[in-house]
Design a protein around this ligand. Structure first.
Ligand code: GDP
Length: 306
Protein backbone atom coordinates (compact mmCIF):
# COMPACT_ATOMS: atom_id res chain seq x y z
CA UNK A 1 0.00 0.00 0.00
CA UNK A 2 1.60 3.28 -0.99
CA UNK A 3 1.17 6.45 1.02
CA UNK A 4 2.36 9.99 1.58
CA UNK A 5 3.37 10.81 5.15
CA UNK A 6 3.60 14.35 6.58
CA UNK A 7 6.44 14.53 9.08
CA UNK A 8 8.26 16.56 11.67
CA UNK A 9 11.44 15.36 13.34
CA UNK A 10 10.47 13.03 16.21
CA UNK A 11 6.93 11.62 16.52
CA UNK A 12 6.38 10.82 12.83
CA UNK A 13 9.92 9.46 12.28
CA UNK A 14 9.12 6.98 15.08
CA UNK A 15 6.15 5.80 12.98
CA UNK A 16 8.34 5.71 9.85
CA UNK A 17 10.70 3.41 11.77
CA UNK A 18 7.87 0.87 11.72
CA UNK A 19 6.43 1.66 8.29
CA UNK A 20 9.79 1.18 6.59
CA UNK A 21 9.84 -2.42 7.82
CA UNK A 22 6.40 -3.10 6.33
CA UNK A 23 6.44 -1.24 3.01
CA UNK A 24 8.70 -1.26 -0.03
CA UNK A 25 10.76 1.95 -0.31
CA UNK A 26 8.83 3.07 -3.39
CA UNK A 27 5.60 2.90 -1.40
CA UNK A 28 6.72 5.68 0.96
CA UNK A 29 6.86 9.39 0.18
CA UNK A 30 7.58 11.65 3.15
CA UNK A 31 6.83 15.37 2.97
CA UNK A 32 8.85 17.05 5.68
CA UNK A 33 8.48 20.29 7.62
CA UNK A 34 11.18 22.87 6.86
CA UNK A 35 9.99 25.73 9.09
CA UNK A 36 12.62 24.89 11.74
CA UNK A 37 15.51 25.12 9.26
CA UNK A 38 18.36 27.39 10.24
CA UNK A 39 21.77 28.38 8.85
CA UNK A 40 24.70 27.64 11.21
CA UNK A 41 28.36 28.34 10.35
CA UNK A 42 27.71 28.21 6.62
CA UNK A 43 25.68 24.99 6.70
CA UNK A 44 21.91 24.67 6.30
CA UNK A 45 20.48 22.63 9.17
CA UNK A 46 17.13 21.07 8.19
CA UNK A 47 16.49 19.25 11.46
CA UNK A 48 13.41 17.33 10.37
CA UNK A 49 14.73 16.35 6.92
CA UNK A 50 18.04 15.29 8.47
CA UNK A 51 16.30 13.04 10.99
CA UNK A 52 14.25 11.37 8.24
CA UNK A 53 17.36 10.90 6.04
CA UNK A 54 19.36 9.39 8.91
CA UNK A 55 16.45 7.14 9.86
CA UNK A 56 16.12 5.76 6.34
CA UNK A 57 19.89 5.31 6.00
CA UNK A 58 19.95 3.45 9.36
CA UNK A 59 22.26 5.97 11.03
CA UNK A 60 19.88 7.93 13.21
CA UNK A 61 20.66 8.23 16.90
CA UNK A 62 17.31 6.84 18.07
CA UNK A 63 18.08 7.62 21.71
CA UNK A 64 17.72 11.37 20.93
CA UNK A 65 15.88 11.30 17.60
CA UNK A 66 18.37 13.72 16.05
CA UNK A 67 21.90 13.42 14.69
CA UNK A 68 23.99 10.48 13.57
CA UNK A 69 24.70 7.59 15.92
CA UNK A 70 28.25 7.74 17.39
CA UNK A 71 28.96 11.07 15.73
CA UNK A 72 31.90 13.11 17.06
CA UNK A 73 31.91 16.83 17.89
CA UNK A 74 35.48 17.88 17.08
CA UNK A 75 34.50 20.80 14.85
CA UNK A 76 31.91 22.11 17.31
CA UNK A 77 34.50 21.92 20.12
CA UNK A 78 37.20 23.55 17.98
CA UNK A 79 34.84 26.39 17.06
CA UNK A 80 34.02 26.91 20.72
CA UNK A 81 37.75 27.07 21.42
CA UNK A 82 37.93 29.90 18.88
CA UNK A 83 35.17 31.75 20.72
CA UNK A 84 32.55 30.85 18.15
CA UNK A 85 30.17 28.64 20.04
CA UNK A 86 27.20 27.59 17.91
CA UNK A 87 23.57 27.75 19.01
CA UNK A 88 23.07 24.06 18.13
CA UNK A 89 25.40 21.19 19.01
CA UNK A 90 26.26 19.77 15.60
CA UNK A 91 28.11 16.50 15.06
CA UNK A 92 30.89 16.22 12.48
CA UNK A 93 29.06 13.83 10.14
CA UNK A 94 25.81 15.75 10.59
CA UNK A 95 27.67 18.97 9.68
CA UNK A 96 28.84 17.37 6.43
CA UNK A 97 25.18 16.98 5.44
CA UNK A 98 24.51 20.66 6.20
CA UNK A 99 27.57 21.82 4.25
CA UNK A 100 26.79 19.58 1.26
CA UNK A 101 23.22 20.95 1.22
CA UNK A 102 24.51 24.54 1.41
CA UNK A 103 26.92 23.88 -1.45
CA UNK A 104 24.17 22.45 -3.64
CA UNK A 105 21.88 25.42 -2.93
CA UNK A 106 24.80 27.74 -3.71
CA UNK A 107 25.15 26.01 -7.08
CA UNK A 108 21.51 26.79 -7.84
CA UNK A 109 19.71 23.59 -6.87
CA UNK A 110 16.35 23.89 -5.14
CA UNK A 111 15.95 22.42 -1.64
CA UNK A 112 13.92 19.60 -3.22
CA UNK A 113 16.71 18.80 -5.69
CA UNK A 114 19.34 18.99 -2.94
CA UNK A 115 17.28 16.65 -0.74
CA UNK A 116 16.88 14.11 -3.54
CA UNK A 117 20.66 14.29 -4.18
CA UNK A 118 21.28 13.65 -0.48
CA UNK A 119 18.86 10.70 -0.57
CA UNK A 120 20.81 9.28 -3.48
CA UNK A 121 24.19 9.84 -1.81
CA UNK A 122 22.99 8.20 1.42
CA UNK A 123 21.38 5.23 -0.34
CA UNK A 124 17.87 6.28 0.75
CA UNK A 125 15.32 4.77 -1.62
CA UNK A 126 12.21 6.23 -0.01
CA UNK A 127 11.18 9.60 -1.46
CA UNK A 128 11.95 12.42 0.98
CA UNK A 129 10.64 15.84 -0.05
CA UNK A 130 10.77 19.21 1.70
CA UNK A 131 7.30 20.77 2.10
CA UNK A 132 8.38 23.63 -0.22
CA UNK A 133 11.48 25.22 -1.73
CA UNK A 134 11.02 28.69 -0.25
CA UNK A 135 12.56 29.41 3.17
CA UNK A 136 9.96 29.41 5.98
CA UNK A 137 10.69 30.16 9.65
CA UNK A 138 8.51 29.47 12.66
CA UNK A 139 8.69 32.62 14.79
CA UNK A 140 7.36 33.04 18.31
CA UNK A 141 6.20 36.18 20.12
CA UNK A 142 7.34 35.49 23.67
CA UNK A 143 7.66 37.18 27.05
CA UNK A 144 11.31 37.80 26.00
CA UNK A 145 10.46 39.21 22.58
CA UNK A 146 10.23 37.75 19.09
CA UNK A 147 12.47 34.75 18.41
CA UNK A 148 13.01 31.84 16.03
CA UNK A 149 11.64 28.52 17.27
CA UNK A 150 15.19 27.09 17.56
CA UNK A 151 16.20 30.00 19.79
CA UNK A 152 13.16 29.35 22.00
CA UNK A 153 13.58 25.58 22.19
CA UNK A 154 17.34 24.95 22.05
CA UNK A 155 18.86 28.11 23.49
CA UNK A 156 16.06 29.23 25.88
CA UNK A 157 15.02 25.63 26.71
CA UNK A 158 11.34 26.37 26.01
CA UNK A 159 11.11 28.59 29.09
CA UNK A 160 9.66 31.94 27.88
CA UNK A 161 5.87 32.37 27.81
CA UNK A 162 4.59 32.15 24.24
CA UNK A 163 2.01 34.68 23.10
CA UNK A 164 1.65 33.71 19.44
CA UNK A 165 3.22 31.60 16.69
CA UNK A 166 3.65 32.53 13.03
CA UNK A 167 5.40 30.97 10.06
CA UNK A 168 7.38 33.68 8.27
CA UNK A 169 7.52 33.17 4.50
CA UNK A 170 4.67 30.66 4.39
CA UNK A 171 2.26 32.96 2.49
CA UNK A 172 4.66 32.96 -0.45
CA UNK A 173 5.36 29.19 -0.38
CA UNK A 174 4.17 26.98 -3.23
CA UNK A 175 3.57 23.26 -3.56
CA UNK A 176 6.51 21.88 -5.51
CA UNK A 177 6.02 19.81 -8.64
CA UNK A 178 7.32 16.78 -6.74
CA UNK A 179 4.88 17.18 -3.83
CA UNK A 180 2.04 17.77 -6.33
CA UNK A 181 2.94 14.54 -8.15
CA UNK A 182 3.07 12.61 -4.88
CA UNK A 183 -0.37 13.96 -3.94
CA UNK A 184 -1.78 12.79 -7.25
CA UNK A 185 -0.14 9.37 -7.00
CA UNK A 186 -1.14 8.52 -3.42
CA UNK A 187 -4.71 7.94 -2.33
CA UNK A 188 -3.72 7.90 1.36
CA UNK A 189 -2.01 10.62 3.35
CA UNK A 190 -0.85 9.86 6.90
CA UNK A 191 -0.18 12.64 9.40
CA UNK A 192 2.11 11.16 12.01
CA UNK A 193 2.12 12.13 15.69
CA UNK A 194 4.18 15.27 15.20
CA UNK A 195 3.82 18.64 16.89
CA UNK A 196 0.66 20.05 15.25
CA UNK A 197 1.87 23.67 15.52
CA UNK A 198 5.58 23.58 14.65
CA UNK A 199 5.66 20.54 12.34
CA UNK A 200 2.30 19.94 10.69
CA UNK A 201 0.69 23.41 10.49
CA UNK A 202 3.51 24.77 8.27
CA UNK A 203 3.09 21.85 5.83
CA UNK A 204 -0.69 22.43 5.76
CA UNK A 205 -0.08 26.12 5.11
CA UNK A 206 1.83 25.63 1.85
CA UNK A 207 -0.41 26.94 -0.97
CA UNK A 208 -3.14 24.48 -1.93
CA UNK A 209 -2.17 21.68 0.48
CA UNK A 210 -5.37 21.74 2.58
CA UNK A 211 -7.53 21.78 -0.57
CA UNK A 212 -5.64 18.76 -1.96
CA UNK A 213 -5.98 16.90 1.35
CA UNK A 214 -9.76 17.35 1.35
CA UNK A 215 -9.82 15.17 -1.78
CA UNK A 216 -7.60 12.45 -0.22
CA UNK A 217 -8.10 9.85 2.46
CA UNK A 218 -6.30 11.20 5.49
CA UNK A 219 -5.42 9.35 8.68
CA UNK A 220 -3.77 11.19 11.57
CA UNK A 221 -2.26 10.02 14.85
CA UNK A 222 -2.40 12.20 17.94
CA UNK A 223 0.94 13.22 19.50
CA UNK A 224 -0.84 13.59 22.87
CA UNK A 225 -0.81 10.63 25.24
CA UNK A 226 -2.77 10.71 28.49
CA UNK A 227 -3.44 14.40 27.97
CA UNK A 228 0.29 15.30 27.65
CA UNK A 229 2.78 15.64 24.79
CA UNK A 230 5.34 12.82 24.90
CA UNK A 231 8.14 15.34 24.31
CA UNK A 232 8.60 18.91 23.10
CA UNK A 233 6.54 22.08 23.55
CA UNK A 234 3.29 21.04 21.79
CA UNK A 235 1.04 21.87 24.74
CA UNK A 236 2.45 25.37 25.32
CA UNK A 237 2.31 26.22 21.61
CA UNK A 238 -1.20 24.82 21.12
CA UNK A 239 -2.42 27.02 23.98
CA UNK A 240 -0.70 30.04 22.38
CA UNK A 241 -2.63 29.29 19.17
CA UNK A 242 -5.98 29.11 20.96
CA UNK A 243 -6.25 25.32 20.78
CA UNK A 244 -6.97 23.05 23.73
CA UNK A 245 -3.71 21.13 24.39
CA UNK A 246 -5.33 17.72 23.92
CA UNK A 247 -6.14 15.16 21.24
CA UNK A 248 -9.42 17.02 20.71
CA UNK A 249 -7.46 20.20 20.04
CA UNK A 250 -5.20 18.37 17.57
CA UNK A 251 -8.20 16.94 15.70
CA UNK A 252 -9.70 20.44 15.37
CA UNK A 253 -6.68 21.58 13.41
CA UNK A 254 -7.22 18.75 10.89
CA UNK A 255 -11.04 18.65 10.94
CA UNK A 256 -11.70 19.96 7.43
CA UNK A 257 -9.91 17.07 5.70
CA UNK A 258 -9.45 14.27 8.26
CA UNK A 259 -11.09 10.85 7.67
CA UNK A 260 -9.70 8.83 10.55
CA UNK A 261 -8.00 9.80 13.81
CA UNK A 262 -6.02 7.54 16.14
CA UNK A 263 -5.80 8.49 19.80
CA UNK A 264 -3.99 6.66 22.56
CA UNK A 265 -5.64 4.16 24.94
CA UNK A 266 -4.45 6.36 27.82
CA UNK A 267 -6.28 9.47 26.61
CA UNK A 268 -9.14 10.34 28.91
CA UNK A 269 -11.55 11.27 26.13
CA UNK A 270 -14.13 9.07 24.41
CA UNK A 271 -13.86 8.56 20.62
CA UNK A 272 -17.50 9.67 20.28
CA UNK A 273 -16.49 13.19 21.41
CA UNK A 274 -14.60 13.76 18.15
CA UNK A 275 -16.16 15.24 15.02
CA UNK A 276 -14.24 12.68 12.89
CA UNK A 277 -14.10 8.86 13.08
CA UNK A 278 -11.72 8.11 15.95
CA UNK A 279 -10.21 4.84 17.18
CA UNK A 280 -7.90 3.97 20.05
CA UNK A 281 -4.49 2.27 19.87
CA UNK A 282 -1.28 2.04 21.86
CA UNK A 283 0.57 4.94 20.22
CA UNK A 284 3.63 5.12 22.53
CA UNK A 285 6.55 4.07 20.29
CA UNK A 286 9.24 3.47 22.89
CA UNK A 287 10.96 0.74 20.82
CA UNK A 288 11.26 -0.39 17.22
CA UNK A 289 8.91 -3.25 18.04
CA UNK A 290 6.24 -0.78 19.23
CA UNK A 291 6.75 1.37 16.11
CA UNK A 292 6.14 -1.69 13.94
CA UNK A 293 2.99 -2.57 15.94
CA UNK A 294 1.50 0.88 15.46
CA UNK A 295 2.49 0.94 11.78
CA UNK A 296 0.79 -2.46 11.35
CA UNK A 297 -2.38 -1.08 12.96
CA UNK A 298 -2.28 1.94 10.63
CA UNK A 299 -2.10 -0.34 7.58
CA UNK A 300 -4.93 -2.55 8.90
CA UNK A 301 -7.17 0.47 9.44
CA UNK A 302 -6.48 1.71 5.90
CA UNK A 303 -7.43 -1.70 4.50
CA UNK A 304 -10.63 -1.72 6.58
CA UNK A 305 -11.63 1.71 5.28
CA UNK A 306 -10.84 0.41 1.79
P1 GDP B 1 10.12 17.79 16.28
O1 GDP B 1 10.19 18.25 14.86
O2 GDP B 1 11.40 17.23 16.81
O3 GDP B 1 9.41 18.73 17.21
O4 GDP B 1 9.24 16.48 16.25
P2 GDP B 1 7.75 16.18 15.81
O5 GDP B 1 6.94 17.39 15.63
O6 GDP B 1 7.80 15.18 14.69
O7 GDP B 1 7.28 15.37 17.07
C1 GDP B 1 7.04 15.96 18.32
C2 GDP B 1 5.75 15.37 18.84
O8 GDP B 1 5.87 13.95 18.83
C3 GDP B 1 5.47 15.74 20.29
O9 GDP B 1 4.30 16.52 20.32
C4 GDP B 1 5.27 14.40 21.01
O10 GDP B 1 4.15 14.40 21.85
C5 GDP B 1 5.09 13.43 19.86
N1 GDP B 1 5.61 12.09 20.14
C6 GDP B 1 6.90 11.76 20.38
N2 GDP B 1 6.99 10.43 20.58
C7 GDP B 1 5.74 9.93 20.46
C8 GDP B 1 5.19 8.61 20.55
O11 GDP B 1 5.87 7.62 20.78
N3 GDP B 1 3.84 8.48 20.35
C9 GDP B 1 3.03 9.57 20.11
N4 GDP B 1 1.70 9.36 19.95
N5 GDP B 1 3.52 10.82 19.99
C10 GDP B 1 4.85 10.99 20.17
Amino acid sequence: MSMMVLSGGTGTPKLLWGLKELLAPDELTVVVNTAEDVWVSGGLVCPDIDTVLYLFSDRLDTSRWWGVRNDTFSTADALRGLGMEEPLRIGDIDRATHLARAKMLGEGLTLTQATLELCHAMGVQERVLPMCDEPVSTMLETSEGRMHFQQFWVVRKGEPDVLSVSHEGLEGAHLTREVGEALRENEWVVIGPSNPITSIRPILGVGGMRRYLSRKRVLAISPIIGGRAVSGPAEKLMRACGLEPSSLGVSQLYEDFLDLFIIDHRDDVHPSQFAVDTVRADTLMSSKHKSISLATRVLELMEEVG
